[in-house]
Design a protein around this ligand. Structure first.
Ligand code: 0L1
Ligand code: MG
Length: 261
């Protein structure tokens, strides 16, 4: 584990790059011994600063949830990141990308919680019982690392490439859907460019929820009522540019439209 002084220095670098929209070297170049837990310690330090500036944590994102991405990164658990209220946009509107470096979009299923959830090993039914509704989401990623090239510890420190996210479509009760087989189509400027089934996320997005709650438990935390969780990309992440019209269609869950500014 790195010393707290190193964690503070890394948080300075990431915070500054995120605020000013420029790339930085992989954190592990300067700190080769950095671990994934160090990456989460950087997230903790970032959260302290953001909250001191009045920003509000409203939930979590799971990343690297497809088998292909996990194999590529040599991991068997997703990465987790924080979702801040001021990075959430309404559907149908214009999503600002000014200040982002090389934004990409991906389609995900979001869970919105009505009850707190905690424990080392919650079951799928526990997740369903604590869920208010599920709904479509588009995540806008923006790695602070050149060409989205990073290792796991570095990307965790960069809050899982989080930039913005859009919630929309039709909120549904998870019990009423087969969440392992929701077809998702992502369109850019009217062209269908990515197709996926929701089972691309760990076989079923509820798995990402179970893993998130276990991970929070190891940190002495729980998933609070009201939290929003992005369960991870079912589609690949596609580059976007100013002026693009994005539509994500989710079978039985409605669509999200947004324009990129
Ligand atoms: O949400 C995600 O799956 C992204 C996790 C971080 C890795 C990336 O930027 O692709
Ligand atoms: Mg994502």
């Amino acid at each position: 584990m790195l010393e707290q002084a190193a964690i503070t220095t890394i948080a300075d670098i990431v915070d500054e790059a995120q605020s000013n929209g420029h790339t930085i070297a992989k954190i592990t170049d300067a700190h080769p011994g950095m671990t994934i837990d160090d990456g989460y310690a950087v997230q903790d330090e970032l959260l302290r600063r953001w909250q001191a500036r009045g920003r509000e944590l409203i939930g979590y994102k799971a990343g690297l949830t497809s088998r292909a991405k996990m194999v590529q990164m040599g991991v068997d658990v997703p990465s987790f990141g924080m979702l801040m209220r001021d990075t959430c946009d309404a559907e149908g509107g214009v999503v600002p990308t000014t200040g982002l470096i090389h934004p990409r979009v991906e389609g995900e299923i979001a869970f919105v919680m009505k009850q707190e959830l905690s424990g080392p090993e919650v079951g799928a039914q526990d997740v369903y019982d604590a869920t208010d509704f599920v709904q479509p989401a588009i995540e806008i990623l923006d790695s602070r690392f050149e060409k989205f090239k990073f290792d796991l510890a570095s990307v965790v420190a960069d809050n899982g490439s989080s930039a913005r996210f859009v919630l929309g479509g039709r909120p549904r009760r998870p019990q009423e859907l087969d969440l392992s087989a929701i077809g998702i189509v992502l369109e850019i400027n009217g062209e269908p460019v990515a197709f996926a089934a929701s089972g691309a996320v760990l076989g079923h997005p509820v798995e990402a929820m179970r893993m998130l709650v276990s991970w929070l438990h190891t940190r002495g935390q729980s998933l609070p009522a009201g939290a929003v969780v992005l369960t991870g990309a079912a589609t690949e992440a596609l580059p976007i540019k100013t002026g693009d019209a994005i539509c994500a269609r989710f079978q039985d869950m409605g669509s999200i439209n947004m324009r990129v500014d």
